[in-house]
Ligand binder design. Sequence first.
Ligand SMILES: [Fe+2]
Length: 265
Amino acid sequence: MRRINGTALVIVALVGTLGALAFPVWSYTDRAGTGPANLAAGTVPTRWGPLTASDRDLIVRVRLAGLWELPAAQQALERAPSGAMKEAADHLIVGHTDLDKRVRVVARDLGVELPNQPNEQQQGWLNQMTAAGTGKEYAKTWANLLRSAHGKIFPAIGAVRNQTRNSLVRQLASDANQTVLDHITVLEKTGEVDFEAIANDSVAGTTASPTGPPPPAAGVSPPEAPALTPSGDIGTTSRPSPGAPGTVNTGRPEPEDPEAPPAEQ
Ligand SMILES: [Fe+2]
């Protein structure tokens, strides 16, 4: 009797130990707050791949960008004191008219509801532009509000472009990336962008120390870095960057008609 009890105790202890070891591994993927759980939360399957909450967020943000940038650009066509600002406004109108057609097709196919009004923050920016004085004050307000907004959506597009498993969202992120970079480029060409303010704004609230190589020492030249070249005699045909320097090639096939019925399931 004593022997049976002893053996049973050992078995119970062993099972308990194995269970305790296995539990964290087994439960890891289902635990709320972990990466896989966050990725799965709110994800729905579609014929173009899983559609996550971040995918839907990007779709809505692309639509929202057009909702405030179009009126902002139209205002500048009337009030802009320089040709460069009118040129930037032209790019904003053309870019967001195009992108809006694309995002409406994507939202229709994926069943995502789109807003029809700028959000409160964007409305505030539009009010600031409207209230700005003439000439230089208007130019500075206009260019910096727009440049700042583009700088915030730029990395968000990159993150979704990297992680999405949905082919429609992947294409939308590529298109939006080109358009946003084009808008950043033309806004900076106005000469009104305050890079100091953007740099300070981007680190506001951060506490981590900067990482990266040390600053150059005065009077010391670093060793020259040899050129990177492919080995062997290989023929290449591509170009490092399409389009003229300082321009973003936004050429792409015409968008589909967003009014057309959804593609068949
Ligand atoms: Fe834009």
